[in-house]
Design a protein around this ligand. Structure first.
Ligand code: HSE
Length: 303
């Protein structure tokens, strides 16, 4: 079979944890990373446009390219043009690195003609990202529960999200690496804190399934990561305490932060305004994005 002339991938952003589901839950959001790869003589050329384009490396250190070459190996060579059109803010807790890894793997998989399938891509991406939540949502779309088994497999279960739910993400002008946001977490937790999170993660899924919206506020509380990360993100503690905002059902730190996600019913603007006010009071500028849930996940086309 001839090698493709051009491969295009689209990978959504994702918001992990949703409060209590630390390293286990993530929601794919309609804010995509799009990459196009085509063979072109004369060595590697990378062009990045869109959100944070100036911070996207345009050389071999680019994460999409690095991941592509890891899977494709020397066989593929360097004679490619990689065009990146990005809408995912970098380093803000919206799964930008997971999306780049998934894009690189999917491009390599298609270029090499492996046809590995989504499950294999989730496993490979989890190996590179270190935890399965963002990559599972980025590949599968929607709300996804994931876990790693003791023998290294990754199990995923996509779940429906009720149409009534609207989403707002507030993106503060602060960058936080996942590494730094994980470094502040304690090595051990008490039984009370573990039980607190297990109860709420179960309640969160059951509340969505049964439409018991009034449970979401409590169901999105967490003791495993948010209280520790609040020390790195001025305004977060106040945002997590918000109450009585019209339409607001529950608030959580998005992934490792610093963005904050709110699930709402009806218009999400009041929740977005209330959360950004918490950051503004700390003199942190932020952008508010009302987003649809992405139910498609990874999308790939090759000619
Ligand atoms: N579950 C991860 C964390 C997501 O909270 O550290 C960030 O990549």
């Amino acid at each position: 079979m001839d090698a493709p002339k051009e491969i295009r991938v689209r990978v959504p952003a994702s918001s992990a944890n949703l409060g209590p589901g630390f390293d286990a839950l993530a929601l794919a959001l309609d804010l995509p990373l799009r990459c196009t790869l085509r063979p072109s003589p004369g060595g590697l050329r990378i062009r990045a446009t869109g959100t944070d384009a100036a911070a996207i490396p345009q050389d071999e250190s680019n994460l999409v390219w690095k991941t592509f070459s890891q899977l494709a190996g020397n066989k593929a060579g360097h004679d490619f043009t990689l065009e990146i059109a990005n809408q995912i803010p970098l380093g803000r807790g919206l799964g930008s690195s997971a999306a780049a890894i998934v894009a690189g793997l999917a491009l390599a998989d298609a270029w090499m003609g492996f046809h590995s399938g989504r499950q294999r891509l989730v496993e490979l991406a989890t190996g590179l990202e270190g935890h399965p939540d963002n990559v599972a949502a980025a590949v599968l779309g929607g709300l996804v529960a994931s876990c790693q088994t003791e023998d290294g497999r990754v199990l995923t279960a996509p779940l429906g999200v009720p149409k009534e739910i609207t989403v707002v993400v507030v993106v503060p002008e602060l960058r936080l690496s996942t590494e730094a946001a994980r470094a502040v977490l304690p090595p051990q937790y008490s039984r009370a804190d573990a039980v607190f999170n297990v109860q709420r993660a179960a309640l969160f899924l059951a509340a969505l399934e049964s439409g018991r919206w009034e449970l979401l506020r409590e169901a999105m509380r967490d003791r495993l990561h948010q209280p520790f990360r609040a020390s790195l993100i001025p305004g977060l503690a106040e945002a997590l305490q918000l109450e009585n905002v019209p339409g607001l059902l529950g608030v959580a730190l998005s992934g490792a932060g610093p963005s904050v996600i709110a699930l709402c019913r009806g218009p999400a603007e009041p929740a977005g305004e209330a959360i950004s006010a918490c950051f503004r009071r700390r003199e942190i500028f932020c952008e508010t994005k009302i987003l649809s849930i992405d139910s498609q996940g990874l999308f790939l086309e090759a000619d």
